[in-house]
Design a protein around this ligand. Structure first.
Ligand SMILES: C[S@@+](CC[C@H](N)C(=O)[O-])C[C@H]1O[C@@H](n2cnc3c(N)ncnc32)[C@H](O)[C@@H]1O
Length: 347
């Protein structure tokens, strides 16, 4: 068909079609009279291009995906995660504007507004500048084998299976519920819910981890995102689980992560986290000192390379936000936290 017919069929303009041709996204053949002929293949590609442009993918990304004969899933995940970050940023801005309105008629407003703007800037950086220091993409393929190795004098995966089992038991999910596993990795915890027939989404900041997880658990809903920008709608899930992931988030960001979890959790929803942490700061200090006294450098280095939580801070945040909390400790640094949202939490 000719360009006018193709444009009509696709509810677009010949000019738009020409633009995509100029950008190298489509290459229709030319008839002997010089007219471009749009075969079914070009019309199908144009349909894809128009749809992907509408949700904000760049022509460059679309071109790459078309050239690689991709199924676009990865591009759509990336786009979703970017849009989600933007949405949260707009919310943060609106909340700041509201706070600014409150002080705008008062003395000293300039300084207060500046403080608010500074806070907002910090928040924006946290939401958008997540950086994976440990290169989990690189670890994804060998992850399941590596958790079986025990380390020389410090085994972070001691009681791993037991911890995942207990998270699953404590959530006590029913079939009509839906959950999310954050920092799901290859989906070892997710599997316990899937095999029970429970609907799960998995979130991870690593595309490779999500890929491996998807291969191990075909059909599982994978979403690219991170603790401070969860790619989920408000109150979308009945429970949130996470294992061995929160300790990759700096301590000063953990409360913001709890706030994000609170946003996506339904009323009376549960959060169950199994992770490496200390009871409190004095327990962190004494544990580190005892490893140092033993000369266990492996333990000290491993702990100092990551951000084991101060459990008391997490509990305090939940209690201040209307959650009921219970805890279990497997060994000196592996803890299980259960928190149930009893009222609407923070907004
Ligand atoms: C040690 S693995 C644990 C994987 C799995 N939950 C398990 O128990 O086997 C940590 C996982 O958390 C993910 N992760 C680290 N920081 C994260 C963050 N800020 N947001 C989301 N995922 C994160 C990593 O990509 C990795 O897949």
């Amino acid at each position: 068909m000719k360009i006018a017919e193709a444009a009509k069929k696709l509810e677009t303009t010949p000019r738009t079609i020409r633009f995509y041709e100029e950008k190298g996204l489509i290459a229709p053949k030319k008839a002997s009279n010089g007219y471009r002929i749009y075969a079914e293949e070009e019309v199908r590609d144009l349909r894809t291009i128009l749809a992907l442009r509408e949700v904000g993918l760049s022509t460059k990304e679309i071109k790459k995906a078309l050239e690689q004969n991709d199924d676009f899933t990865e591009y759509l995940h990336t786009q979703r995660s970017m849009l989600n970050e933007e949405m949260l940023q707009i919310r943060d801005m609106m909340a700041t504007v509201d706070r600014m309105i409150e002080v705008s008629g008062k003395a000293g407003k300039e300084e207060q507004m500046m403080d608010m703007a500074r806070e907002l800037k910090g928040l924006k950086e946290k939401r958008t500048h997540w950086h994976d220091r440990w290169n989990f993409d690189h670890q994804a393929r060998d992850y399941d084998d590596n958790i079986k190795t025990t380390g020389y004098r410090f085994n972070v995966h001691q009681d791993y299976e037991e911890a995942l089992e207990k998270v699953h038991t404590w959530v006590d999910a029913s079939h009509e519920e839906r959950g999310v596993d954050i920092g799901a990795g290859t989906g070892n915890l997710t599997r316990l819910f899937l095999q029970q027939g429970i609907s799960m989404a998995v979130v991870d900041q690593s595309k490779e981890m999500l890929k491996v997880c998807g291969e191990k658990h075909p059909g599982v809903e994978t979403r690219l995102g991170h603790f401070l920008s969860l790619p989920l709608n408000d109150q979308e899930v009945d429970f949130v689980v996470s294992s061995y992931a929160l300790h990759h988030l700096p301590d000063e960001d953990k409360e913001l992560a709890l706030q994000e979890i609170d946003r996506v959790l339904s009323d009376y929803g549960r959060v169950v986290i199994a992770d490496l942490m200390f009871k409190d700061e004095s327990n962190r200090k004494s544990t580190l000192e005892s490893y140092q006294e033993e000369g266990n450098d492996e333990a000290v280095e491993a702990i100092e390379d990551e951000y084991y939580a101060d459990r008391s801070r997490l509990i305090r945040w939940w209690e201040e936000h209307g959650y009921e909390v219970k805890v279990h400790q497997f060994h000196p640094i592996l803890h299980l936290l259960y928190a149930q949202k009893m009222e609407r939490g923070v907004s």
